[in-house]
Write a protein that binds this ligand. Structure first.
Ligand code: ZN
Length: 217
């Protein structure tokens, strides 16, 4: 995608996230790949629901950014994903209520409740807490980048990445819905019926819902 199209895609994604409780306040930052070693990311101090045309910074994987505006201070973890996963086209970071609640617990998700859950949450990994924007958080994300497309950043929020902005949004929204479903069921005393493992693997291998993902790690 060219620069204008990518920027419009990110603006629409930011609005969608705010409108659908996938982000709140001024928290969160999002990016999309422009080429093999370049990506566009929201600038520091921007709000996802109202991203203007000049609220973005173009960054290179190789050299420090030299633009007028500063990229989001959480750039190190976006950069780690683009560096480790050449097929990834977009990275979304936010702290939606239910996913962040789960990121503040030891709860594990099993990806066996419904169609999108099985596909988008097939693999989920946790990253220990390090301060936002720190090189340590960037390194911790780098170490887990190949294991999953969804990372719980413990006591912080989530990082969701996929081949396109649309797919990453779908992953984020599915994650939030699953977390909400599990917590709502617990609160209401309902027992969720999980699909058995053989049906989940049959779905992933044979249903043709989406091409089977290949995981680097
Ligand atoms: Zn953050």
């Amino acid at each position: 995608m060219d620069l204008d199209e990518t920027r419009r895609g990110l603006q629409a994604a930011g609005r969608y996230m705010l409108d659908n409780d996938l982000a709140w306040g001024n928290a969160g930052n999002i990016s999309a790949r422009l080429g093999p070693d370049r990506y566009l990311i929201t600038a520091s101090g921007t709000r996802l629901g109202e991203l203007a045309d000049d609220d973005f910074v173009e960054c290179s994987l190789d050299s420090p950014n030299s633009g007028v505006r500063k990229p989001s201070k959480e750039t190190p973890m976006h950069r780690a994903i683009y560096d480790q996963r050449p097929e990834i086209g977009a990275v979304l970071h936010a702290s939606p209520f239910y996913s962040t609640l789960v990121a503040c617990t030891e709860m594990e998700l099993s990806a066996d409740l419904f169609v999108e859950d099985m596909y988008y949450l097939e693999r989920v990994a946790h990253v220990d807490y390090f301060h936002p924007g720190s090189p340590e958080l960037g390194a911790a994300v780098r170490a887990k980048a190949g294991r999953a497309n969804i990372l719980f950043l413990d006591n912080h929020g989530v990082l969701v990445y996929d081949t396109s902005i649309q797919e990453a949004l779908m992953g984020l929204q599915t994650l939030e819905m699953v977390c909400r479903m599990i917590i709502t069921a617990k609160s209401a005393g309902l027992e969720l019926h999980s699909l058995p493992a053989f049906k989940v693997s049959d779905f992933l291998e044979k249903s043709g819902y989406r091409p089977r993902r290949e995981w680097p790690l």
